[in-house]
Design a protein around this ligand. Structure first.
Ligand SMILES: CC(C)(COP(=O)(O)OP(=O)(O)OC[C@H]1O[C@@H](n2cnc3c(N)ncnc32)[C@H](O)[C@@H]1OP(=O)(O)O)[C@@H](O)C(=O)NCCC(=O)NCCS
Length: 178
């Protein structure tokens, strides 16, 4: 199943129609400075390459465009990928869409996908120490601090202290039941 739905959001694989919005919103340094792998500047060629590589799910890679259900507006992206260290997820929204609970809602949807469809035992995500809003999103999900390390940040061009958060299936299930 490649489409996910939550109360206000639709998550579907990236498509060429997303390229322009991706380039605009990921071209904003206030977004890319909080992500590990997105360079700055970021342009339509970068977005086109991303859509070509990740428009189809498979090989342990599940990337989604986040759309607002009410009007189809492109809000951002969220993805889950298999690493040696387990399944990592990451997310971002265009700046005008911050502060409305969309990241928390999208993160709940992708973790539900990981536990209920992919049947993984746990997922993890990292947040840079100077991005407390993302730390809060992960804590609200029930993820627990599982160590910190210096991690490359492509947009800043330096390593930045990153706090890693682990969400287990047990916690996910118990939060859901609560
Ligand atoms: C981080 C990001 C995804 C958050 O998206 P969002 O939709 O605004 O997040 P939500 O509204 O779901 O939740 C944010 C929470 O953090 C809280 N918050 C916001 N700023 C905060 C701050 N400076 N310190 C602590 N908490 C903060 C909000 O109050 C909210 O909590 P609440 O629901 O209990 O009120 C968004 O800012 C973004 O895309 N940033 C750039 C990319 C990025 O950081 N991605 C994550 C990489 S780990």
């Amino acid at each position: 199943m490649s489409h996910l739905e939550s109360e206000r959001l639709i998550l579907r694989p990236p498509r060429p129609v997303d390229i322009q919005a991706m380039a605009v919103w990921l071209g904003d340094f206030s977004v890319s400075r909080n992500l590990a792998k997105v360079p700055h500047p970021y342009n339509e060629d970068d977005a086109e390459d991303f859509v070509a590589r990740f428009g189809r799910h498979g090989g342990g890679q599940y990337h989604f465009t986040v759309l607002r259900k009410a009007d189809g507006v492109f809000l951002g992206g969220i993805g889950l990928h298999r690493e040696e260290s387990g399944h990592e997820f990451g997310y971002w929204l265009g700046r005008p869409f911050w502060g409305q609970g969309y990241a928390s809602e999208a993160a709940r949807a992708i973790t539900r996908f990981a536990f209920e469809r992919l049947d993984v035992p746990s997922v993890w995500a990292g947040w840079f120490h100077d991005n407390p809003a993302s730390g809060h999103v992960l804590a609200k999900l029930g993820a627990r601090h599982n160590g910190s390390r210096m991690r490359d940040c492509a947009a800043r061009g330096v390593k930045v202290l990153c706090h890693e958060m682990l969400l287990t299936r047990e916690t996910f299930v118990s939060k859901k039941a609560a």
